[in-house]
Design a protein around this ligand. Structure first.
Ligand code: ADP
Ligand code: MG
Length: 736
């Protein structure tokens, strides 16, 4: 290979001094090929003088019982391994100008022995402990090696030192912390000037952002801690604004596709339907219905998310929307996540349409059901109904999406339980009609940051009020030792006509074990505590028809108690099932608990949710009256299950529960960005960076509003970057 005096930023890292082909090979194993890649390999942390203590000060902290993390810098002056029977302990002693401290390892002693060499300087971070002899001690601390030179400039000029993750691929290529810092420092010094700006000047100026070159420089080697935070903020901002641009583009793309699909109220159909309802719509239902009607009656295409707790009355609202579509000569489809739910929708809707027909004989609304498991004959008949528009309302599962399903005139699609469907499916359904209006329903309330990002292309309607006849569910937390009392409560309440769900968590992922566990629980209860009640069993190994059969038996009071593994999570309304007992409640996630609780409380009787867990978790609960915000992450872990259960007891409000869930679990688990078709976030934090998300959202939507095709001179850089870095995510947001 020819060697030139000055290489370009897009050349291989091997041309950097002290890298060479062998180290370049190691870098490439972690995705760093060019010098540019290396410039974007940012530190995982920094050592800042304001956060470092002298050994003497740290000793004082330890004596005062401080149990947070602290950092001390020291030079190794002695190390010794001691053997206690089979166990070996490594003790390394350090000193700085003010005193001594020691670090101790019980595991991996051989490795750590090789890391700490006499005379080397390390920054040690950990919770302080007191040794047997009263010395300051750290057990299995985090550590980073620094050179003496670095230490000097650190102590005297306050220079901040970056620490990088050194994955094993680098270690085995003989690249350690010191050498990596040197290599990156070389790269920054010589090549950062070649990095082109990726945000428009105007956005940088208006938001007082650091330029990209300065941000790279200061993220690696900050001149001050302020400059470091500005640098980090710039990367968060950039990441979020590109995300929000994708959101805005997707929304715009959808809106521009649908033109002139303007519906109106043609007949008395909808009015008559409202008259057949045995209740008045709540204020919240009327409000969201207004929003949906606005979308339908205007040229604006609907792409709306309807949120509301389980039982808040979303389905009725969506049915009214479907009737508006039908009134305009369209077909409407509603897609449920499971066959049992689709079947349930089918029965309810057919029932209601029968009543409507009595009241409005001018027009008979035909409902059709399409499921994956249907027999061919049945299925062909349904397909024909759909193709010939003999069916006005089509109810189904994923089967609605299949190629073979051809709609004559699909005008509205309702998707129930959004979180199970990805954007791909949404797009697929939309492609079924010319461009049908879309209403997505979710019983999992979506925190604000999520609705501004992953779901930011949808308009949002919220039903924040329960029908008036509902009493809030009483939720209590009990230790296992109190199960006998709880069973007695269930038996007593049976006399008042109460039915009960008893839920057990999945023991294992394996179907076989699940079956066995469910059957064991069932048999044991039937023989002991609940032997005088009629028990039914439902579990995941049953086909949906079997499950439905059991549910119907339960509905018809053939059982007093339905024992189940989690399959009742989404399911049929059982008005008299007003107790739910959830065993090992600590093993369920928050939103799952909330969904389960939503199975009861569907009538005007007082409903109960009894969460049963280990006695000790109930104890925690008594001691733990802490606010989430004040918990460190390690505390959080320990008390997560207690916090989940406490949250359930404290509130019935789905939004509050969702916010807590988001804090406890992080967004990835709840709202998969993979499914959303948006990029993963590397710098920004979807829970913490609310303000920045809100700011970038406004800027991005404004920008797309003013320059829909991103073609103005000042936005060229944005266009270039979208195409270069986000082409995968542009699939649903084509820019011309
Ligand atoms: P969701 O879909 O939000 O879970 P549903 O629409 O299934 O809720 O409604 C739950 C139950 O409440 C249904 O039996 C429904 O008929 C009833 N319901 C809906 N709206 C009202 C209301 N305004 N007043 C009384 N009951 C209602
Ligand atoms: Mg529902």
């Amino acid at each position: 290979m020819k060697s030139v005096s000055k290489n370009s930023i897009d050349d291989s890292v091997q041309y950097l001094k002290s890298v060479g082909p062998k180290r370049a090979e190691s870098f490439s194993k972690i995705g760093i090929r060019t010098i540019r890649d290396l410039l974007f390999y940012f530190p995982s942390g920094h050592l800042d003088r304001t956060t470092v203590l002298s050994a003497a000060k740290a000793y004082g902290y330890m004596m005062n019982g401080y149990d947070g993390e602290l950092t001390v810098i020291g030079k190794v002056f002695k190390k010794e391994k001691k053997r206690f029977g089979k166990k070996e302990i490594l003790k390394v002693q350090f000193r700085d100008e003010t005193g001594f401290f020691e670090c101790v390892w019980f595991r991996g002693t051989k490795y750590f022995h090789s890391v700490f060499n006499e005379g080397d300087v390390f920054a040690i971070s950990s919770k302080p402990d007191k040794s047997k002899y009263g010395a300051l001690q750290f057990i299995h601390p985090d550590f980073d090696r620094i050179t003496e030179e670095e230490e000097k400039s650190f102590l005297h000029t306050g220079k901040i030192i970056p620490f990088y993750r050194i994955p094993k691929e680098l270690k085995s290529g003989n690249i350690g912390d010191l050498s990596l810092r040197r290599i990156i420092s070389l790269a920054v010094e010589n090549y950062v000037g070649e990095v082109e700006e990726t945000l428009p000047d105007e956005i940088i100026r208006q938001n007082k952002l650091t330029s990209l070159q300065d941000a790279i420089r200061n993220y690696h080697f900050p001149e001050s801690s302020d400059k470091l935070s500005s640098a980090q903020k710039r990367f968060k901002f950039e990441e979020l604004i590109y995300l929000e641009l994708l959101v805005a583009l997707r929304k715009q793309n959808y809106q521009s596709k649908l033109i002139g699909n303007k519906m109106s109220i043609k007949t008395n159909l909808v009015q008559s339907f409202l008259k057949t309802l045995p209740f008045e719509l709540t204020k919240a239902q009327l409000k969201v219905l207004g929003e949906i009607k606005n979308d339908l009656l205007s040229e604006k295409p609907m792409n709306r998310l309807l949120q509301g707790d389980v039982g808040s009355g979303k389905t009725i609202v969506s049915l009214i929307a479907m009737l508006i579509a039908v009134d305009n000569g369209y077909q409407a489809a509603i897609m449920a996540p499971t066959e049992i739910l689709a079947d349930q929708h089918m029965k309810n809707i057919s029932e209601m349409m029968k009543k409507l027909y009595e009241c409005f004989p001018e027009r008979e609304i035909k409902v059709s059901l399409l499921l994956g498991g249907q027999k061919k004959l049945e299925r062909d008949k349904r397909l024909q109904e759909i193709e010939l528009q003999e069916a006005d309302i089509v109810v189904g599962t994923h089967a609605l999406l299949e190629e073979k399903v051809i709609y004559k005139n699909l005008g509205l699609v309702v998707i129930d339980e959004q979180h199970r469907f990805g954007v791909r499916q949404r797009a697929k359904l939309q492609s079924k009609g010319k461009t049908p209006e879309v209403l997505v329903m979710s019983a999992t309330p979506i925190p604000r940051t999520i609705s501004m990002t992953i779901y930011g292309d949808l308009d949002i309607s919220v039903i924040d009020e329960m029908p008036k006849n509902r009493k809030p569910i009483k939720t209590v937390l009990r230790g296992e030792s109190r199960l006998p009392e709880i069973f007695k409560f269930i038996i007593d309440k049976k006399k008042e006509g109460y039915q009960t769900f008893i839920v057990y968590p999945l023991v294992e992922e394996s179907d076989k074990l699940e079956l066995k566990a469910a059957e064991t629980f069932y048999e044991e209860l039937s023989k002991t505590h609940l032997k005088n009640l009629k028990l039914g069993l439902i579990h995941g190994r049953m086909s949906w028809q079997e499950k439905e059969e059991k549910m119907l038996l339960f509905l018809n009071k053939k059982f007093d108690v339905l024992v189940s593994t989690t399959v009742i999570e989404v399911g049929i309304d059982i008005p008299d099932a007003n107790i739910i007992l959830i065993n090992d409640a600590h093993r369920f996630g928050l939103s799952q608990l909330h969904q389960l609780r939503g199975r009861v409380g569907r009538s005007d009787k007082q409903a109960f949710c009894v969460l049963v867990t280990k006695d000790e978790i109930v104890q925690y609960n008594i001691q733990l009256r802490l606010d989430l915000e004040y918990l460190s992450s390690s505390m959080l872990d320990k008390f997560k299950s207690a916090i989940r259960l406490q949250t359930m007891v404290k509130t019935n409000n789905g939004f509050e529960i969702a916010e807590t869930d988001l804090k406890l679990r992080g967004p990835g688990d709840i709202f998969s960005t993979k499914q959303s078709g948006f990029p993963d976030l590397k710098y920004a934090d979807i829970v913490r960076d609310v303000e920045l998300i809100s700011l970038t959202k406004n800027i991005a939507f404004d920008l797309i509003n003013k320059d829909p095709s991103i073609s103005s001179e000042s936005n060229v850089v944005i266009r270039k970057n979208l195409i270069k870095h986000y082409s995968d995510n542009l699939q649903y947001a084509k820019i011309a």
